[in-house]
Write a protein that binds this ligand. Structure first.
Ligand code: GTQ
Length: 350
């Protein structure tokens, strides 16, 4: 080091010491870590094979009751984000188990939630005074600050994947949560199916005070979704990257069903070989039907029914189905990224 460099480096170090006491730090030392030329996420690609984790989820049923746990969930924690309870930087995911006869008590919080049902058909969720039965493949959503409780009236365990915007809310320091009065159940003023009849039939109330930030439909039933995909398939010109991909929409606005989290369903026809794709929303995928693989650089993620996998922001990947149609559910923070003008995508490895 030349003498001038040495003295300027010495001057800088002592300057940093001086300003540190005043809670000041120099931007130029950290600029390259703050304003990146392109996304570089600590989140890493990872798959949770259902066959591998199912027994652990069920074993959690012997370890703790819903009474004690409030929600009995095994968090899917990204190995690149250890200790943070995150599957991506902005999203949380977990496997929730409700055993026959159990309830998970009523509460509300500012975090928005989705549930994607993997197993069982006898559980229910009550959201803001309406109950819905949860069947495999159903997408059930809970709006920010909506009261919700779960239960299982049947004789088989129910397992679903929870997706919440917990890290986003944490980042904004905007978390509020509370239990329902005396931990009682909420009243059920609305009959089951009311919200679908009112908002999911091509109709809407003529005077409509509904808070449209979150969709008034809170159970997007898989039987309807699957039928729709099958009908669209007859006339589909497959997207080279996505096959046939649809978003879950709020029928009142056409926007995503939730303000922060975007959810999607896609069908890959048998033998589909997708083109390379990347986008700025790290995405959690769940195989609902069929099997296939997602190629991520030199990694091959082989998936089959109920496997959950995550692809980080701006990491190139391509989906391939084997010899039957595959259906994939996914969710990401695209809803909030697009509202902020941040979302970008890029196709074919460009
Ligand atoms: O079901 O309300 O996985 O509050 C994490 C937090 C589920 C829920 C989670 C929650 C819930």
């Amino acid at each position: 080091m030349s003498e001038t460099n040495y003295s300027s480096s010495y001057k800088r170090t002592s300057f940093y010491k001086q300003i540190e006491k005043k809670s000041l730090t120099p931007l130029w030392e950290v600029m390259q870590d703050l304003v990146l030329p392109k996304p570089s996420s600590p989140c890493i690609p990872k798959i949770w094979k259902y066959d591998d984790i199912r027994k652990d989820i069920l074993e959690a049923g012997d370890i703790i009751s819903t009474e004690e746990a409030e929600r009995r969930v095994l968090i899917l924690e990204n190995p690149g984000l250890l200790g943070t309870s995150r599957i991506t930087r902005s999203l949380y995911a977990g496997m929730q188990l409700i055993l026959p006869g159990e309830t998970a008590r009523n509460h509300r919080h500012t975090q928005t939630a989705l549930r994607f049902v993997l197993e069982g058909s006898s559980a229910y969720t009550t959201v803001d005074g309406e109950r819905t039965t949860m069947k495999r493949g159903d997408l059930v959503i809970t709006p920010s600050w909506g009261w919700h409780e779960h239960g299982n009236d049947g004789d088989h365990p129910t397992i679903w994947l929870d997706g919440l915007d917990i890290p986003l809310v944490q980042f904004l320091d905007a978390s509020f949560a509370e239990p329902y009065e005396d931990n009682t159940n909420q009243p059920l003023p609305k009959p089951e199916g009311d919200s679908i009849a009112r908002y999911g039939s091509g109709l809407a109330p003529v005077d409509n005070p509904f808070d449209t930030l979150t969709s008034p439909i809170f159970n997007y039933s898989y039987s309807e979704t699957r039928d729709a995909l099958e009908k669209m398939k007859r006339n589909e010109k497959w997207d080279a990257c996505h096959g046939l991909k649809m978003k879950y929409a709020n029928p009142l606005t056409g926007d995503y069903a939730m303000p922060t989290i975007a959810a999607f369903i896609q069908l890959l026809p048998s033998g589909f070989m997708g083109q390379k794709y990347r986008s700025t929303d790290s995405t959690v995928f769940v195989c609902v039907e069929g099997e296939g693989k997602t190629i991520v650089n030199d990694l091959e993620i082989n998936w089959t029914k109920n496997d959950t996998f995550v692809i980080p922001s701006w990491v190139q990947h391509s989906h391939n189905s084997y010899n039957s149609d595959a259906v994939i559910f996914s969710f990401s923070d695209r809803a909030i990224q697009q509202k902020c003008g941040l979302w970008r995508e890029n196709r074919y490895g460009n």
